[in-house]
Design a binder for this molecule. Structure first.
Ligand code: SF4
Length: 441
């Protein structure tokens, strides 16, 4: 007899999806089973996102919508970034919510508890969510979260203010999760963290053992060793969110050696002076050098990045520099976000706020420019023979496409999910490609 039925709604980024996988593991261990429908659940959980205003609005709308339809007597629990960031304030403004629970808190609490945040005596308790076992893999690929929090303080970003400093999982724990995923049939592990390239540096700084990973090679970037070992455990290893200064030669070599030449560089802008205002490293010239070096080593490498438009102080010249950078870098994929002044960030009250109409204009311009570049890059693939992983009937990805954020390759429905197949690209449809089965010559 189960303890009850739960419904879990997940909003926000891939990192939140991993947290939700772990929450499912926690609830399953507590005797709960998944409900078929939110109206049928005893426990309705919303794992929220607080990244920007639009994400917060979506989270509140979801909470209210679920509150309207949930069964009488069920409990509504809000967790995730909004819970952690707004805690008591959220509980006060949403009387519909029975419990606001922070990271790693038990979702099953006595009715008298409305807010459970940071009550754990263990200050590294968030790590307990990271370390919770996940339930069996959901499909051919899975996110693997290797660290929580961030030690950087980029001017626009509120994440460190509520996720805290970086806490990395140990190497063996990450590898054990990847091995378990591979044993369950997963073929691609997508490693994620707020600042993935810095994985392990906190453990090294605090004197905690990195276990097997870098003790034989002190000074080596911990992620280099992790990527090498992960690639032994599963067929594809993909890395997301690499801070550009962390993309060292050693890491580039390690990524290329995995056979997945995919580089997701978190660049945010191209103007060096503007990046300093953002409190970030780098500049267009340095980025271009790094990209050229990677392409020289592996011409089939794919690149993704994200950029912020309209951060305070962004001049017309900065914007032009970004456009020129896009032309030269020829990235396969890029996402553009309008600056959003977030509570608790350095940039919130900075001088030089860019008017919303100008931000919208600049956003449209960079998006249009990149859309053209992406379309041409996709056209160039017509005629290529690629090995793809079939995610679900009709949908596959080569090494050039990350799940959920990039385009896909449309393949015959007859191909079985979870298989790797050689295909020939026969058409380009904007961001997606179409392919037929074809053996390599
Ligand atoms: S590196 Fe990423 S998560 Fe860390 S402060 Fe900068 S933008 Fe935020």
């Amino acid at each position: 007899m189960p303890a009850g039925r739960y419904w879990l709604e997940t909003l926000g980024c891939p990192k939140n999806e991993v947290d939700s996988d772990k929450l499912v593991g926690q609830l399953t261990a507590q005797g709960y089973v998944a409900a078929d429908d939110p109206t049928d659940a005893d426990l309705v959980v919303v794992n929220t996102c607080a990244f920007i205003e639009a994400a917060r609005e979506e989270s509140v709308e979801t909470i209210l919508a679920l509150s309207d339809i949930r069964a009488q007597g069920s409990r509504l629990v809000v967790t995730g970034c909004m819970a952690e960031r707004y805690g008591q304030e959220l509980a006060d403004s949403l009387p519909e919510v029975d419990l606001v629970a922070g990271f790693g808190e038990d979702l099953i609490q006595p009715a008298s508890v409305r807010v459970a945040i940071g009550r754990r005596p263990d200050t590294r308790a968030e790590a307990s969510l990271l370390e919770l076992p996940r339930t069996a893999a959901a499909g051919p690929w899975a996110y693997v979260k290797v660290a929580e929090g961030c030690d950087r303080r980029c001017g626009f970003c509120a994440i460190p203010s509520f996720r805290g400093d970086q806490r990395s999982r140990s190497g063996p724990s990450v590898l054990a999760e990847i091995e378990a995923l591979a044993d369950g049939g997963t073929r691609e592990a997508v490693l994620i963290a707020q600042d993935l390239a810095s994985w392990g540096l906190d453990r090294r700084a605090s004197g905690e053992a990195l276990d097997v990973l870098d003790e034989r090679q002190p000074g080596v970037q911990p992620l280099v060793s992790l990527v090498g070992q992960a690639a032994q455990a599963i067929e594809r290893v993909r890395l997301l969110y690499l801070y550009p200064s962390g993309l060292t030669e050693g890491l580039i070599e390690a990524i290329l050696a995995t056979g997945v030449p995919y580089f997701d560089l978190s660049l945010q802008h191209a103007s060096a002076s503007h990046l300093r205002r953002m409190r970030r490293w780098g500049g267009g010239e340095r980025f271009l050098e790094r990209i050229a070096a990677i392409r020289a080593a592996e011409p089939s490498s794919s690149f993704r990045s994200s950029f912020i438009v309209g951060y305070p102080g962004e001049t017309e010249a900065d914007h032009d520099e970004l456009l020129e950078f896009l032309d030269e870098a020829q990235l396969d994929w890029a996402g553009f976000f309008a600056f959003s002044p977030e509570e608790g960030t350095y940039a919130k009250d900075l001088d030089g706020q860019v008017p919303a109409s100008l931000v919208a204009e600049r956003l449209a311009e960079v998006t249009e420019r990149q859309d053209q570049i992406t379309a041409i890059k996709r056209d160039d693939k017509v005629g290529a023979i690629l090995t793809v992983l079939v995610d679900e009937p009709g949908i596959a990805r080569s090494t050039a496409e990350a799940p959920e954020i990039d385009g896909v390759i449309i393949v015959p429905d007859s191909l079985e999910a979870g298989t790797m197949v050689d295909v020939e690209i026969v058409a380009s449809l904007g961001t997606d490609l179409e392919a037929v089965v074809r053996a390599r010559p």
